[in-house]
Design a protein around this ligand. Structure first.
Ligand code: ZN
Length: 242
């Protein structure tokens, strides 16, 4: 199978459309979504509708849970909280139901999908240190685990001898005997200094991972965010990818 793996779309319809049309040109057979469909961006319903239609597997992220579950939002920073409160007010009942029913882990043949971390998929942890990475490699047995959550694309390799390597290059052939965690980056709010939308193509037939960067019209997204009065900080960060 040949997969497009998208994550952290965050209500950014322009970025989602650009990535899905790029994925079609790549000839993928299936689209997998690692969560955070909504929050931050101005089009939560349009994004949820399109993902429901086009993705073969969808799992949930912390923003999806924050928008639909009866949670206090103090785990979120003030900008995220403001955008989630706005999102709660505009989600349609059908999308609220869809987001509230998402599972947090999914399995492919020899690959695992989670939003944040395989060791505690409901805790929405960040992998910040090599020790975190090491601990997470022990939490799954598949060859590769795809994650999102940090909005920072990164390929983490655990070699057959137990050594770790990290790659930010665009393409990687997965080595025999090694295992991987692949952060697919963010479609709708990249934070690695590149404003282009980001997702990953995984060709499971040849074990090759390709990070795709796709330019989109972020000015249009920004205009819509201003129109609905989402925080200026969230508007500004789209053009710098931070
Ligand atoms: Zn996110």
């Amino acid at each position: 199978m040949h997969y497009a793996i998208i994550s952290d779309i965050h209500g950014n319809r322009e970025a989602l459309d650009a990535c899905l049309s790029d994925a079609r040109h790549q000839g993928v057979d299936a689209v997998l979504c690692l969560g955070d469909l909504i929050g931050y961006g101005p089009n939560p319903n349009e994004v949820a509708d399109r993902v429901r239609e086009e993705a073969d597997i969808v799992i949930g992220g912390n923003h999806d849970a924050g928008a639909v579950l009866d949670l206090e939002l103090f785990d979120f920073n003030p900008y995220a909280r403001a955008s989630l409160e706005w999102t709660r007010g505009v989600l349609t009942p059908a999308n609220r139901r869809f987001l509230s029913e998402l599972r947090v882990v999914a399995q492919l043949p020899d690959a695992l999908l989670v939003h944040a971390s395989p060791n505690m998929p409901r805790e929405w942890r960040y992998m910040a240190t090599v020790a975190d990475v090491e601990e997470n490699f022990m939490a799954f047995s598949e060859k590769v685990c795809f994650v999102g959550h940090t909005h920072f694309p990164l390929i983490m390799e655990k070699g057959y001898d137990g050594s770790f390597r990290f790659f930010q290059q665009d393409d990687l052939d997965l080595a025999e005997g090694a295992r991987y965690m692949v952060n697919v980056g963010s479609v709708g709010q990249p934070r690695d200094g590149d404003a282009r939308a980001c997702y990953v193509v995984f060709d499971a037939r040849v074990n090759r991972v390709t990070t795709r960067r796709v330019a989109y019209d972020f000015r249009e997204t920004q205009e819509k965010m201003k129109h609905v009065r989402l925080p200026g900080y969230l508007v500004d960060r789209l053009e710098v990818g931070r």
